[in-house]
Design a protein around this ligand. Structure first.
Ligand code: MN
Length: 248
């Protein structure tokens, strides 16, 4: 299959990072290699340099934010001019991360403001148990036209999804969402022109194996089944959505 998209994959978290990046480029799957710490940026940038299909993203994962993330945030800021893609960033309001939520908010707000000032950045955003907080910050700090947001593995409710659409957000969907009732219900309500595909490898398993960008094919097939279209039609839609997103 040509023109597959994996808009969110942690290539640097596989044991054989370097060969996974190379194999992904050879597979010709358009992949955003997200990072969880800005300290991983130089290596990701170096390994993807000159590639046509793999693009690195500058991240600061909300689950890794400590009570004081000032140092990491300043490293993130230092690399921002080199990055077109930003992520994984966002907020996690789950029970394990609630104790850092104030610092997470401060960090994400700062990230959004700097992206807005810079212009032209494309963000892949985590919003687990925090959809409303994330959407408020996007609305206040990253005006339409100053950047583009892709909500990765979105699990908000219908009203939050509707609001995200109004704010111009895209949604990258994965096999976990496509195999759950809640995820299926949400995806069916999303405008077709805002949907992208992602694997979120290696955090998601499919058929008992951690997924890789090659599983973008499974995501596409499941999405086609859910929306009662053929896979090629879904590939064309997602690819055209990606092109529109990149026009920012
Ligand atoms: Mn992720």
């Amino acid at each position: 299959m040509k023109n597959l998209v994996d808009f969110h994959c942690h290539l640097d978290l596989y044991p054989n990072f370097q060969s996974v990046i190379k194999a992904t480029e050879e597979s010709e799957i358009r992949t955003i290699a997200v990072t969880t710490t800005p300290k991983a940026w130089p290596k990701n940038r170096e390994l993807t340099q000159g590639m046509r299909f793999v693009r690195p993203a500058l991240g600061l994962h909300p689950q890794l934010i400590k009570s004081d993330a000032t140092e990491e945030l300043s490293i993130w800021e230092q690399y921002l001019p080199e990055a077109r893609y930003v992520g994984e960033v966002g907020i996690d309001g789950g029970p394990d991360f609630k104790h850092t939520i104030e610092e997470q908010k401060r960090v994400f707000e700062h990230i959004l403001k700097l992206c807005s000032e810079a212009g032209g950045k494309i963000l892949t955003v985590h919003s687990a148990r925090s959809a409303s907080i994330v959407l408020n910050l996007i609305e206040n700090c990253l005006p339409k036209g100053r950047g583009a947001v892709v909500l990765h593995w979105f699990t908000g409710n219908d009203n939050e999804a509707k609001r995200a659409v109004e704010l111009g957000c895209y949604f990258s969907v994965n096999t976990n969402m496509l195999l759950s009732n809640k995820g299926q219900g949400l995806i069916k309500k999303l405008p077709l022109d805002r949907i992208l595909t992602e694997t979120d490898g290696p955090f998601i398993e499919f058929e008992n194996k951690p997924v890789t960008p090659k599983d973008a094919e499974n995501v596409t097939r499941l999405l086609a089944n859910l929306l009662q279209k053929d896979s090629q039609e879904i590939i064309d839609i997602v690819f055209s959505n990606l092109r529109n997103l990149l026009k920012i």
